[in-house]
Design a protein around this ligand. Structure first.
Ligand SMILES: [Zn+2]
Length: 300
């Protein structure tokens, strides 16, 4: 279940004893807490509900964090902020579940006020994330500016359609070869809105020419399986470069995300291919070197 669905639906709290009203969502829960403070009376089920929501939010947060922590750019920043709100909420609800029976009204009123603020913050953050990830409107990826001109006057970057679908199987915690590394570093800065998309053009063209060189060098080793596999993967990587370059046609940052994913997976496939073969001697060794050089740090 997506984060947004899980927050917008009404939760079904199990194990509650009637007739005290079961809070169907966080808004209702905070309403019950406010009521308890006003009445100076804590129903025996209320600490249970606080604990239930604390645990439920922990689960939702952990599920979302697995994929959202691997996103890039503005989406990742938005998630980082949202994650903090989650953690504060989880902590506060857990504290409330143990503090409620103590009936320290000053403290409980303060905690209830905090809960009102945190729930509003969470709902806003979720809405903001949803607006961002479904919108195809070009905007500054740093400040969100979406005025009439093609460049953000504040951040001096070309406006782009934000990434809507994240290739979360691709993470940044691998060592990249130098040309890929330049592309990736620039990609991150473009998706953050720190630099203009034009900084990607030359590195992408350079990477394409490196791939083309390797393809040519592998031509003479066509009789070897490792060479053929290497070429296939390099063709896939080149398709990824072309995909990324499409951003210059229609200003859609989704091409950057998709294309990088193709490059990354093609290189990873080549890495797996060279790890599988014994580098051996003669022609196999030569093909092995060509492919390995492209995906390892030895390629300068
Ligand atoms: Zn801007």
């Amino acid at each position: 279940m997506s984060l947004i669905d899980s927050l917008k639906q009404n939760y079904q709290v199990v194990g509650a004893t009637a007739p005290y009203p079961t809070p169907q969502n966080l808004r209702e829960l905070r309403g019950l807490l406010r009521q308890a403070c006003l009445n100076r009376s804590v129903h025996q089920d209320l600490p249970y509900y606080c604990n239930w929501y604390s645990e439920y939010l922990t689960k939702v947060h952990n599920d979302e964090n697995r994929s959202m922590s691997k996103t890039r750019g503005k989406a990742r920043r938005m998630w980082a902020e949202q994650s903090l709100v989650y953690q504060d909420l989880i902590q506060l609800l857990s504290e409330l579940s143990t503090e409620l029976p103590g009936r320290d009204w000053g403290r409980l009123e303060e905690a209830t006020d905090s809960l009102f603020e945190l729930v509003d913050e969470l709902l806003e953050a979720v809405q903001e994330m949803q607006d961002w990830t479904v919108s195809e409107e070009p905007r500054c990826l740093k400040c969100g500016w979406n005025g009439a001109t093609g460049h953000c006057p504040h951040c001096q970057v070309q406006v782009l359609k934000p990434v809507r679908t994240f290739a979360t199987q691709v993470n940044s915690y691998v060592t990249l070869a130098p040309h890929q590394s330049v592309v990736f570093t620039n990609l991150l800065s473009v998706l953050e809105g720190e630099r203009d998309v034009s900084v990607l053009k030359a590195p992408l063209q350079k990477l394409a020419s490196v791939y083309q060189d390797s393809l040519r060098e592998l031509e003479s080793a066509q009789h070897l399986e490792i060479a053929r596999t290497g070429q296939e993967n390099i063709y896939d990587a080149l398709a990824g470069v072309s995909q990324m370059l499409r951003v210059f046609e229609d200003s859609d940052a989704q091409h950057l995300e998709d294309g990088w994913s193709m490059i990354f997976q093609a290189d990873r496939a080549n890495l797996a291919a060279v790890e599988e073969v014994n580098s051996g001697a003669g022609a196999v060794a030569a093909a092995y070197e060509i492919i390995r050089d492209q995906i390892s740090l030895s390629n300068e």
